[in-house]
Design a protein around this ligand. Structure first.
Ligand code: XMP
Length: 325
């Protein structure tokens, strides 16, 4: 397999170019795999989703997708994976709800890097357990994209919760390894994946785990997930979702005093973060219209149990990293 993108390779910007790429890859995958089975860890992120759709087109049920729900997904994400891949594309999909395993292990763990290690380590364990139950798997498909190869100085390895055990003895299938992110998206749309899935904002592997700050509790995680869903809904409505690179809520583990229904109401603050960047190394702050901020604040404080304030993070990177942990 090529490790370097040939200079002659045209940037995939149109449906016609995407269709040509798909046709070429379908043939290449069939030639590589034959009648053997392929395993794929399907997170629901852009890259693994596009690889899944491509492989389904090429080899149908010879692909086995495993979706591990670590309990730290955003609202509706695992459901969308089941809907799109399990139902619409009729994929061979194994869904594992490992929420309790992850949350039990994370109980009382406050240190961010320790949380990341636990989530990454447990992900590999769950995936490995599932893989060992399957028979006749010869290949492992991965959503490696060209920037991953260019940046393979360990950054992604550290970042990628989807990283798999090194002793897994499978031959790799990496059909989008020479593509840039924007090209993967054009290919995803040409394959008929939902726009929202293909143009999804980046989401860290440890998911809401690094946004539920400090030691994760189920009630605060629930509040974070609901508040984040409201933020996404409102950004969708006012057009900011198409414009802002990454936006989310973080919920710290302290409470302040408030009042609700004439009674003292202690709750956590929901912190809004919305940033623009091209490479995630530096980032600037998106200016959110005050009317939108008021609407979001009103909805979150009225609709989300446990939240009694909404704050806005105005810190560019540097000095603040994009994530809080
Ligand atoms: P920071 O917080 O370092 O984030 O400014 C830069 C980009 O990387 C994402 N990020 C992660 N992605 N695993 C991931 O897969 C991680 O542990 C992780 N931490 C941060 C972050 O969302 C942003 O897009």
């Amino acid at each position: 397999m090529l490790d370097k993108r040939p200079d002659s390779m045209e940037r995939i910007t149109t449906k016609a170019l995407a269709d040509a790429f798909i046709e070429e890859q379908v043939a290449a995958i069939r030639a590589q795999v034959g009648d053997k089975k392929v395993l794929l860890a399907l997170s629901g992120g852009v890259d693994s989703s596009v690889v899944a759709a491509l492989l389904i087109k090429a080899i149908g049920k010879q692909l086995v997708c495993v979706h591990v729900n670590h309990g730290l997904m955003r609202k509706g994400e695992s459901e969308q994976v089941i809907e799109v891949f399990g139902k619409e594309l009729d994929a061979n999909l194994i869904y594992i709800d490992a929420t309790d395993r992850f949350l039990d292990l994370l109980k009382d763990v406050a240190e961010p890097e320790k949380k990341r290690k636990i989530i990454g380590g447990e992900f590999i364990k769950v995936f490995d357990e599932e893989a060992s139950k399957l028979e006749g798997i010869s290949f492992l498909a991965q959503g490696t994209i060209y920037p991953d190869i260019l940046e393979s100085d360990g950054v992604k390895a550290h970042h990628n919760v989807g990283g798999l055990p090194e002793d897994m003895q499978f031959e790799l299938v990496e059909p989008v390894r020479l593509l840039y992110k924007d090209e993967v998206r054009v290919v995803g749309e040409a394959l008929g994946l939902p726009h929202g899935m293909v143009y999804r904002q980046p989401f860290p592997g440890p998911g809401l785990g690094v946004r539920c700050l400090g030691a994760i509790t189920r009630d605060r995680l629930h509040a974070l997930r609901e508040a984040d869903a409201i933020l996404r809904e409102e950004f969708d409505k006012c057009g900011l979702a198409e414009k802002v690179w990454q936006y989310f809520i973080a919920v710290p583990d302290f409470k302040s005093v408030g009042v609700r229904n004439d009674k003292r109401y202690e709750g956590w603050p929901a912190i809004i973060r919305a940033v623009n960047t091209s490479d995630a190394m530096t980032a600037t702050i998106e200016e959110i219209p005050y009317a939108v901020l008021h609407k979001i604040t009103d909805r979150i404080t009225r609709e989300v149990e446990g939240i009694n304030r909404v704050l806005l993070d105005l810190t560019p990177k540097p000095v603040g990293t994009i994530e809080w942990e």
